[in-house]
Design a protein. Sequence first.
Length: 497
Amino acid sequence: MNLVRHFIDGQEHQAAAERTGKITNPASGEVTAEVAFATVAEVDLAVAAARKAFQQWRHSSLSKRSTVLFAFRELVARHADDLARTLTLEHGKVLSDARGEVQRGLEVVEFACGIPQLLKGDYSQGVSHLVDSYSIRQPLGVVAGITPFNFPAMVPMWMYPLAIACGNTFVLKPSEKNPSTTQLIAQLFNEAGLPPGVFNVVHGDKVAVDRLIEHPDVAAVSFVGSTPIAKYVFENGTRNSKRVQALAGAKNHMIVLPDADMELAADSVVNAAYGSAGERCMAISVLVTVGEAGDRLMPLIKERIADVKVGDGLEGSSDMGPLVTKEHLDKVTSYVAKGVDEGAELAVDGRAVTVDGRPNGFYLGPCLFDRVTPSMTIYQDEIFGPVLCTVRVATYEEAMDLLRHNQWANGVAIFTNDGGAARKFQTEVEVGMVGVNVPIPVPMAYHSFGGWKESLFGEMHVHGMEGVRFYTRAKAVTVRWPDPSQRGKNLGFPTQK
Ligand code: NAD
């Protein structure tokens, strides 16, 4: 059986794996490969390779870095279909969605290609007599990325293009559930001319993560995943004096006001709740209908759900693929049962779905709950599957109250034709990413991505200028060229003259 290996210092790590994990095709339930789980010594090897490479890479010219990134951009674009197919085979999402994920990741590579412009410093001439001053940003050193299963291509691309462009070297620990996309990426970096050791990959579990967040030679950690692990990585990483950004879980609400375009709102909520089988951190998982919007919207949503075709993600006819693992399918299904027990109205039950020729795949059809209340578990927990909870409220203020009391604050959307209401909403809502008649407001690479509250631990979002700031630190230089007029005794604190 094929073994997915670590990638250290420009090559696959050939040593026999002490521990491995299984990789499963969620569409068929078949085990297709194994992945090596790194030991502490293997993580140390990757960090050592990255540390050694940093000594050279930090001094590489900005044009050398952008030349490599441009070449990498071309290679990723040329291999977009291979990357998409690889990730569909291990994640389950439909191919068109996988291609979209690669495309959105590529946009960060394109942003990073502009590093000569992004890293320009500030210069002040004559801050004092014959004194000039300038500010520059320098790389941190070895940076680690730890990423989740749900975007095996895009989420790592939020991190390494900018980290590397800023002059750092990188060690990535992707999800053990779908690691093969990253192997292809590592090969493409080699082909693009990135020096060995600048981009390394270690696979594995808690052992690898724990070593990365305690390793004295790792300067910063970017993490994306569930809230408990994000909190753990943030607390332990910062305790070990690392700079940490940890993007976490979500429960994104979509508010529909009575004046909204109901056809558009129905299309949008179905696309955003069931796309990628709900396994998106920006998926809509709670629909909040205000006033009469609920009665008008429900039949339109049911009509559209009836049209969603569940199947193998490689089949062009499928709209929605399987869930990532059997364990995750069982967990999501148990939430559906819990919702029924707690008294929510299961308006559409996807549990009986079957897919021809795929009896062992991890499939669940779209599930729609109506009349959910905030005290129910299905409202409070992140389910991360194709389960949409509808909460009916009477007023805009009640909808805002729900958001105020929600622990997560990743994305949110409002649907309305009232510009004043939309403006009021975007100003007062305490959520990191806001959509107005846009259900999944994922910012472009030149803006930053990140939530508030329990959806982000740390100061800075990913990509955009926030990403440049995260992967660099500031230095201010004050310069005076010797001049006889500066001589003489003066023990006072330097002030401007
Ligand atoms: P996860 O937290 O289980 O895993 C994320 C990473 O942490 C993986 O690399 C995994 O190997 C590692 N990990 C898991 N358990 C660990 C432990 N006990 N100790 C140390 N490391 C551990 O997340 P997941 O299930 O892969 O991904 C889904 C989650 O990610 C959802 O909660 C989703 O909302 C979140 N997510 C958030 C964003 C965002 O931008 N906020 C984006 C994508 C996904």
